[in-house]
Design a protein around this ligand. Structure first.
Ligand SMILES: C[S@@+](CC[C@H](N)C(=O)[O-])C[C@H]1O[C@@H](n2cnc3c(N)ncnc32)[C@H](O)[C@@H]1O
Ligand code: SF4
Length: 452
């Protein structure tokens, strides 16, 4: 197993999009083309499947030093209202493009820390959006809650507005790990918010755990999983720690590289963690996620409806996902766009009446084909490709897959590829075989975290 890690533990994307953000071709993109793409997709898909909205709420009161999200640290709650006003203005700029009332299918509040905002301010924001849309009957609304500051009122207010899913950031219960990542968070805090959510009626309660954190031993991981089992969340994210200190604005510090588990130790945390979670009744769904059998995530897996986008895995798919807020990414199926990455720039551009996208990518036919394979692999762990109707580089892919077959990571039957149980931890590596944009443009510096 060690030699497999030596061979495959290389920097690689997590594929919440294809092409991945560093490979977007900005020369093919302009805010005007982005608007046209939104108009087209909205017309084609709103009546049938509706749209999704992602709202990025970037503020956090304290910096967790492992965090790779786009956030702004502040204790000043006076930032809330101006920010939310900008989000509503940005939404109005999108509404101006639509020829009919949007049907809202999915809504996710991410961050940063959505529960940094007061329940009343969140309510004002959401009501501002809801009065402009028809809400789909099978709407899926979810938010990320920080266990240290989520109140019962947050949970109740959002439940009353139609939210049924919440994910809480847990990471690890070991005090030494918590100190290293500057996130002291006792079990009682997570227990309290989880029990409230259940009492109120949430059905998709999720906890985020991370393996590979500084000082994290198997004993710490096992302790964390067993504590988590006392609360039995419906689903779990079991993320591999992404160490990306070179990314501007991320600020990963407060521990040394030597404090991190080695590649082999990290893989053991994943393997043993997965084994324990499975013994405890969880089923692995796609990459990084586990769910109990009754949960929608598992149900969408078996009904082949699992989808992956910038929000991670979702149980439904809309072609148009509008991302609002600083750094938010939008997806119109034929194009991606990302908003500017500072709060000040974001608010300024929105005030000027412009959609604040700063970069993006228009997908060509080849991108659409490659994305299909990568989505199939990430969501269903299998795909089928027709080498005769593809592009020349896929022949190389075939050779690389043969090598992976020898290592028992995939099984191949003609042009059908299935990732094996042993290969699951290497899903990102298998997906990378199809990543033509990366293949043609090998990065010279580190831009992705390690795959294991
Ligand atoms: C925006 S936070 C969740 C909400 C809230 N801010 C909190 O921390 O509880 C999203 C999740 O991303 C995960 N995450 C953040 N940085 C990460 C990293 N470097 N590697 C892996 N997962 C990470 C954590 O599990 C975290 O709970
Ligand atoms: S983990 Fe959550 S609370 Fe901590 S800095 Fe990141 S987004 Fe903020």
């Amino acid at each position: 197993m060690n030699s497999l890690i030596d061979k495959y533990n290389i920097p690689g994307p997590r594929y919440t999009s294809y092409p991945t953000v560093p490979y977007w071709d900005e020369s093919s993109f302009s805010p005007e083309l982005w608007k046209q793409s939104v108009i087209r997709t909205f017309k084609e898909s709103n009546a049938e499947e509706g749209i999704s909205i992602y709202i990025h709420l970037p503020f956090c009161e304290a910096l967790c030093t492992f965090c790779a999200c786009h956030k702004r640290i502040t204790k000043q709650h006076s930032v809330e209202i101006p920010y939310l006003e900008s989000v509503l203005k940005e939404w109005q700029l999108y509404l101006n493009l639509f020829n009919e009332k949007p049907k809202l299918k999915e809504l996710h509040l991410g961050g940063g820390t959505p529960t940094f905002f007061s329940p009343q301010n969140l309510k004002t924001l959401l009501e501002g959006i809801f009065e402009t849309v028809d809400i789909s009957e099978d709407q899926e609304f979810s938010f990320e809650g920080h266990p240290n500051n989520t109140t019962r009122e947050h949970l109740q207010t959002l439940y009353d507005l139609g939210f049924r899913r919440v994910s809480f950031g847990v990471q690890d219960y070991d005090l030494k790990v918590q100190k290293a990542i500057n996130r002291i968070q006792p079990f009682e805090n997570v227990q309290r918010v989880t029990e409230w959510a259940r009492e109120i009626g949430y059905r998709g309660i999720s906890h985020d755990l991370v393996f590979g954190l500084p000082h994290q031993s198997w004993e710490a991981m096992e302790h964390t999983i067993r504590k988590t089992m006392q609360l039995k969340p419906d689903r779990l994210a079991f993320y591999s720690y992404a160490h990306v200190p070179w990314v501007k604005g991320v600020g990963q510090r407060g521990f040394d590289e030597n404090d991190l588990p080695s590649g082999e130790e990290k893989r053991r945390l994943y393997e043993d963690g997965k084994k324990l979670l499975e013994e405890l009744g969880y089923i692995e769904v796609g990459m990084d996620h586990f769910s109990l059998e009754h949960d929608d995530l598992y149900q969408s897996l078996i009904h082949k409806k699992l989808h992956r986008n910038f929000m991670g895995y979702t149980s439904s798919k809309t072609q148009l996902m509008v991302g609002l807020g600083m750094s938010a990414i939008s997806d119109s199926w034929y194009a991606f766009a990302q908003n500017v990455k500072t709060v000040e720039e974001y608010q300024k551009i929105v005030e000027e009446g412009q959609i604040p996208v700063v970069k993006g990518h228009i997908l060509n036919d080849e991108d659409l084909t490659v994305r299909r394979h990568i989505l199939n692999l990430m969501c269903q762990l299998e795909t089928t490709f027709d080498i005769n109707n593809s592009f020349p580089e896929l022949e190389n892919a075939f050779d690389m897959l043969k090598e992976m077959e020898k290592d028992e990571l995939v099984e191949m039957n003609g042009h059908h590829i299935q990732i094996t149980e042993k290969g699951r931890a290497f899903t990102r590596n298998v997906a990378m075989v199809f990543d033509l944009r990366m293949m043609r443009n090998k990065p010279e510096t580190r831009i992705f975290s390690m795959t294991i």
